[in-house]
Design a protein around this ligand. Sequence first.
Ligand code: PLP
Length: 380
Amino acid sequence: MTRINVMRPWLGQEEAAALAEVVASGWVAQGPRVARFEEAFAEAQQARHAVATSSCTTALHLALVVAGIGPGDEVVVPSFSFIATANVVVHAGARPVFADVDPVTGNVTAGTVEPVLSERTRAVVVVDQGGVPVDLDDVRALCDPLGIVVVEDAACAVGSAYRGRPVGAGADISAWSFHPRKVLTTGEGGMITTAREDWAARARTLREHAMTISASARHASVLAPAEEYAEVGWNYRMTDLQAAVGLVQLGRLPEIVRRRRELARRYTDALAGTPGLRPVADPPWGETNFQSYWLEVAPERGIDREEVLARLARADISARRGIMAAHRQPAYAGYPHAPLPVTERLTDSTLILPLFHEMTDDEQSRVLDVLTSVPAGVRP
Ligand SMILES: *Cc1c(COP(=O)(O)O)cnc(C)c1O
């Protein structure tokens, strides 16, 4: 029996060839390939501007900075997210305020954000959790009239769709991840997309120490012009090595999403007859890329989430506990929050099943056998 992992990136000869070409070119840092990847990504996401970064965490940090978020500000974030969503608010000098999520999608809604707004709220970070598109229009209808910026943490959502367009296309600013746990990977890497030219321009300089002339432009001239540092920036650059892989991966994206949705449908159909297991599904307003195929284990199942995970582990299947809750982490012990009942329920009762491009039907059947083998309501 071989181990079934929760995720495995789909990488091939094309990525290897693209990397070899970058190495042969002698230019491996941020350069022409990053620029090409930005253009191609902006086009694919129907975004006006794209700015590549070293990760989604750094992209989110820059997004908050260019949106003018800083000390004294409150930023509403879901606790039900990877820790980086909250951390970037702290990096920006502001204070994260946790909102609860909708039990069906795992995403914030206007109804969960509204109760935690204050006069100090300057931004809301919405997350397309696990790839499920957030109902952005709903949150913007609440925030836009109040002058509150909505930042979309689309780390999980490349290839997901919202109201017939790619996720992020309708946001003022979005951030993306290309970590191998996500659907499209560059090893590490991230991107900002934004409709605002001024925000894109500032993010572009801030990712490179706020240098007035980019390193690649300086390198292109024999006698490099003197640069200036207009403000305090960071080194948040992507490399041309990563961008070359990203360009190949972007070409694979439609096939990756098609296959993930096919595997997800097979899971959902096969689990329909097992009471007490509620799988994630497309919301009415869009389509998920099924970056995370999660299940809620309800009491009717007769065994709890930990027992399901243990049984999968015994069959050498590596599933994962569902999405974490940041407010429960020691790092956020000092942050008071309103009750977060749905977040706590979902984080305690969900698990993420293996789903990756090259997963075989046999592998998927092995997972399904474990999930469906205990009759509902029967205690083992
Ligand atoms: C993965 C993830 C991030 C962080 O992405 P990195 O590229 O690893 O920095 C941020 N937000 C969410 C919702 C994520 O899932």
